[in-house]
Design a protein around this ligand. Structure first.
Ligand SMILES: [Zn+2]
Length: 192
């Protein structure tokens, strides 16, 4: 199915949803809304349909024995329970397996690609660690994710200040390294 066909199909259902919540989808100001919602939904879930970004590696000359840390990568997802936005930061530490390292922007692109889907943050964090381990050709990966869930903020308990902090690791990581990474890798605080 082409993207335009997909947009039209989703838009048709959005029209129905608008009607069901008590709106008039034919009201002039709402006429383009179903199409806009469809495009936004496709953009926020494009990680489900897109191939992962291509990763170019640079020769480091010799094997890197320490962790490379990329902090505060912004991410946007949809929570899989309510389809409401989850926004926050991902911080990643990885140890290259060989004497080659990926460009910094590639780590950011991978996180953005993998986050554009429906997520449960706890599982997302672990899956992201596995994905990064493979795609970054790393021997070990540690991830920390700080998320604001709009479903918690706007409905249910309506907590504006609670944040979800999750961590996960993958590969060959020692107990001492884990203790060190937990202290070292931070996500900056999120205010809304
Ligand atoms: Zn939710």
């Amino acid at each position: 199915m082409s993207r335009e066909e997909l947009v039209d199909k989703i838009a048709m259902h959005v029209r129905e949803i608008l009607r069901l919540v008590g709106e008039d989808p034919d009201r002039p100001d709402l006429r383009e809304t179903p199409t806009r919602v469809a495009r936004a939904l496709l953009e926020l879930t494009e990680g489900l349909r897109r191939e992962p970004p291509h990763i170019k590696f640079f020769r480091a000359g010799k094997k890197i024995e320490s962790y490379v840390i990329v902090e505060n990568i912004e991410f946007f997802s949809l929570c899989e329970h309510h389809l409401l936005p989850v926004i926050g930061y991902v911080s990643v530490a990885y140890k290259p397996e060989h004497d080659e390292v990926p460009g910094l922007s590639k780590v950011v692109r991978l996180v953005q690609w993998y986050s554009r889907r429906l997520i449960l943050q706890e599982r997302f964090t672990q899956e992201l660690a596995w994905v990064l381990l493979e795609k970054l050709k790393a021997s070990s990966v540690y991830c920390k994710v700080l998320g604001i869930h709009l479903c918690t903020m706007l409905r249910g308990v309506r907590s504006r200040t609670s944040r979800l902090l999750t961590e996960a690791w993958a590969g060959d990581i020692t107990r001492d390294e884990l203790v060190m990474l937990r202290k070292l890798v931070k996500c900056r605080s999120l205010k809304i």
